[in-house]
Design a protein around this ligand. Structure first.
Ligand SMILES: CC(=O)SCCNC(=O)CCNC(=O)[C@H](O)C(C)(C)COP(=O)(O)OP(=O)(O)OC[C@H]1O[C@@H](n2cnc3c(N)ncnc32)[C@H](O)[C@@H]1OP(=O)(O)O
Ligand SMILES: CC(C)C(=O)C(=O)O
Ligand SMILES: [Mg+2]
Length: 565
């Protein structure tokens, strides 16, 4: 019988480091970044990059500000070899950028890797061999001394080639691959053995790179491993301690951050986290996480969309719409309370103040995104988002109670369709509900004059269509709205009136909002938009009356044309 899956796996062991210091550390500066997109990312692709794609990604990495870029595994493929040659021969590597290549600890592969780098001004030769208990047993069939022997022989070959190719400034890097599955004392022993060959000094440091080749434990365990290693490695002042997290448990970003707190000086990763299996650590997220804490990341993602499209093209893999900082949906709020809070947060913000907008940990403009997609409306949305869109795209600021009323109209449509509604569709719903020319009362024209009885009263003459019949109504009141209520002779009161201008210059119009209450104490709004403010207010009253009629809230006995005068 098959074992219960839960019995198939072994728990990870905690690290004995009771005096760990990393939990009290904060990150105050960016680590050194090394992009491994063109090697680790590339080796994980369904279709590895051709030279044109590699070149495009290399240019992006340089533009973004990477100073160390692993450009390939030249001993493994002709494409990688040729690409390295192209970079060197065509002088495409900026003076402040160092390229890096990876090689196994095998003499012919090391020789070929040095050949690929011939003529480079400065380069990082990255040597690796696996050191974990599991790989020692099942892949290499070797004990600890056997593995140290592979590493030391590799280090010697690298040293000899480097000495022979002395016109290049060499930086040497060693990775005990599968470090997270390696006993810590053994990882230190192997790295010390490599360093004994390379003889680093504080002026000529080596890079010791400790990969979470497979992420096997919680990030705090990785941090403990890094701190333990950092305390026990000899010649620490001659070592750049580098980490290389993979994301098997989905916590590579956290692991990298804690590792930096634990003493890592350098992080290897990829843009948006492409890489073997679940990926390498995402350097974009790491960098922008720093940014949102007020730490300069030393990488430029001010046009994150451009970076994303380039990476998608080169990797031929899509970026998830919810990927941190870059996904198509990450500056978008669908739910009502979020939309409401964002709207208020944006309104309360002053340009020079700290970024404090609810639900938006970063200002979208900092990564070249805009507010435009911040608010979207579907059946989970509330009045805030709807009001925001009409204000943003149609310059219409609704009174708060109208927002509540209209959101029910939108909600009903969104619920029925189950789809997102665009600002245009919301405006069409608004126009249909409030500005429509359908209804019992359709405005034609009006005239206002002082009442003959009382100079303080206004006398309104209104031409309109009542249920398709042209008619003229007369009424008097202390303003046009009052006079219209009088002229209509219906059982309602005006509760509130607001107006504001829409647009500016010759296109300016007035928007009038009238809230009425009917005999059954129902309240509802009417809206009028017109170049003339008085016409707008009359339209608003008629809009409210028509809506009340449609709902059966007003007695529909239409008054006869008044002959008053
Ligand atoms: C965690 C990582 O990302 S490590 C990087 C992995 N990336 C890649 O492998 C991509 C490119 N690699 C390749 O194309 C090929 O592996 C090559 C061309 C480099 C080598 O291919 P091959 O010579 O066929 O060997 P293969 O990769 O199968 O390696 C297996 C042999 O190398 C040995 N080996 C594996 N890694 C190493 C290493 N780092 N150092 C020394 N020997 C190694 C194995 O023990 C095995 O030896 P055996 O044949 O005696 O059993
Ligand atoms: C070669 C090493 C650094 C690697 O990619 C890994 O272990 O994940
Ligand atoms: Mg890797």
């Amino acid at each position: 019988m098959l074992k219960d899956p839960a019995e198939k796996y072994r728990a990870f062991a905690p690290i004995a480091l009771s005096d760990r210091t990393w939990p009290d550390k904060t990150i105050t500066a960016a680590p050194l970044w090394c992009s491994v997109d063109l090697r680790d990312g590339n080796q994980a692709l369904i279709e590895p990059m051709d030279t044109a794609r590699k070149r495009r990604l290399f240019d992006l990495l340089v533009k973004t500000g990477f100073k160390e870029i692993e450009v390939g595994f030249p001993a493994a493929s002709q494409t990688d070899f040729d690409f390295v040659r192209e970079l060197i021969e065509q002088n495409l590597i900026p003076p402040d950028v160092t390229i890096q290549v990876l090689t196994q600890a095998r003499s012919e592969l090391i020789a070929r890797s040095f050949e690929a780098l011939r003529g480079a001004r400065r380069a990082i030769m990255h040597l690796y061999n696996s050191t974990s208990t599991l790989q020692r047993r099942v892949v290499f069939g070797l004990d600890r001394p056997g593995i140290i022997d592979i590493a030391v022989k590799g280090a010697q070959w690298v040293r000899e080639h480097a000495e022979r190719q002395s016109d290049t400034e060499w930086v040497l890097q060693y990775s005990p691959e599968s470090f997270t599955g390696t006993e810590l004392d053994f990882a230190v022993e192997v790295c010390d053995a490599v360093n004994a060959v390379w003889q680093p000094t504080p002026q000529r440091k080596v890079i010791l790179n400790l990969p979470a080749t497979v992420e096997m434990a919680t990030p705090n365990v990785y941090a403990d491993q890094i701190e333990w290693f950092s305390r026990h490695i000899a010649r620490r002042d001659s070592v750049i301690l580098s980490v290389h997290p993979h994301n098997d448990r989905g916590t590579a970003v956290a692991a990298a951050e804690l590792a930096v707190m634990a003493g890592a000086d350098r992080v290897e990763g990829t843009l948006f986290g492409n890489g073997e299996r679940t990926g390498n650590v995402d350097i974009v997220t790491l960098a922008l996480n720093l940014y949102t804490q007020g730490v300069k990341p030393d990488l430029d993602f001010s046009n994150i969309n451009e970076a994303a499209r380039c990476v998608e093209y080169c990797n031929q893999l899509p970026i998830h719409p919810r990927h941190p900082y870059v996904g198509d949906l990450v500056f978008t709020a669908f739910s009502g309370s979020h939309q409401d809070a964002i709207k208020k947060g944006l309104a309360a913000r002053q340009e020079e103040s700290l970024w404090e907008v609810p639900y938006l940990p970063i200002d979208p403009r900092d990564v070249g995104r805009t507010y435009e997609s911040v608010i979207r409306v579907n059946s989970q949305s509330g009045k805030g988002g709807i009001a925001y869109l009409l204000e943003r795209d149609y310059d219409l600021t609704m009174p708060r109670r109208l927002q509540i009323e209209f959101s029910q109209v939108v909600q009903a449509v969104a619920d029925a369709s189950g789809k997102e509604l665009s600002a245009e569709q919301i405006w069409a719903l608004f126009a249909d509900e409030y500005l429509g020319t359908q209804g019992d009362y359709v405005y034609g024209s009006h005239q206002l004059a002082h009442s003959r009885k009382d100079q303080n009263l206004e006398r309104l003459t209104l031409k309109l269509k009542c249920r398709g019949q042209g008619t003229v109504l007369h009424g008097e009141g202390n303003g046009p709205i009052d006079a219209l209520v009088d002229a209509l002779g219906l059982q309602f009161d005006v509760l509130s009136y607001e107006e504001h201008s829409v647009g500016s210059g010759s296109d300016a119009r007035a928007a009038a909002f009238v809230e009425i209450t009917t005999p059954g104490r129902a309240t509802l709004f009417g809206v009028g938009v017109h170049v003339n403010i008085i016409t707008a207010s009359l339209l608003a009253v008629l809009s409210a009356v028509n809506r009340a009629m449609r709902r059966g809230l007003l007695d529909d006995s239409i008054p006869a044309a008044s002959a008053g005068g």
